[in-house]
Design a protein around this ligand. Sequence first.
Ligand code: MG
Length: 160
Amino acid sequence: MRIGFGYDSHRLAVGRRLVLGGKEIPHEKGLLGHSDADVLIHAVCDAVLGAVGGGDIGRQFPDTDPAYRGISSLILLERVRELAVAKGFQVCNVDSTIVLERPKLAPHLPAMVENIARVLQISPAQIGVKAKTNEGMGLVGAGEGAAAFAVVLVEGEGLS
Ligand code: MG
């Protein structure tokens, strides 16, 4: 068994869709990035990649590559899962936290769990997605962006 940890952050900007955990959330701003800027999925990708010795999301999917412009990060997560399998690992479970001041995410968390479980081909009971504000502190607290943290456990023989 191995564990992996992932962190990501993105700025909020007008004129962008807010997509978290593959779920589009109505809001006056969205996250800025080359892909759909799904900060939660990026943290999960980095956690899986870290666990299996796969580097990080920037190395796997460079933001200089036009192929990834506007892409759903769920597609990136699917590729990360395939890479983990190719390296001899299966994802056992994921736990994660999104930090965002507004809007309230609680109503959207079950859909995020379902999306991640579907892409990783494991049960929703093996996925944790939590949401917190930053209590008004710092840049996230001022509503300038969002951050996400994720840990994963993988198991397998670990092909070299
Ligand atoms: Mg990112």
